[in-house]
Design a protein around this ligand. Structure first.
Ligand code: SF4
Length: 81
């Protein structure tokens, strides 16, 4: 179960996620390439995060339904209403 949970996580280096600047740890985002990032923005407070804000990992519609980290970020971030 652990292994399949891992396998369902987004690969930071896959072309789709890399193009969006996705990082599991938002503080590692390349802010020169992705200036839209600002401290405090993360998957947990993004409207595309398909889990509860307290879930450490959840699916993300922008990244092919794969799991992203609550502490992650990508340039498709949009503030949760
Ligand atoms: Fe995280 Fe939102 Fe980007 Fe998905 S769209 S990876 S939830 S910041």
């Amino acid at each position: 179960l652990q292994a399949s949970a891992q396998a369902n996580r987004v690969d930071e280096n896959a072309p789709g996620s890399a193009a969006l600047g996705y990082k599991h740890d938002a503080t590692k985002v390349d802010t020169k390439k992705f200036p839209a990032y600002a401290a405090g923005k993360n998957c947990a407070n993004c409207m595309l995060y398909q889990g509860k804000p307290t879930d450490p990992w959840a699916n993300c519609a922008a990244l092919g339904g794969k799991q992203v980290a609550a502490k992650g970020w990508c340039m498709a971030w949009a503030k949760k209403a």
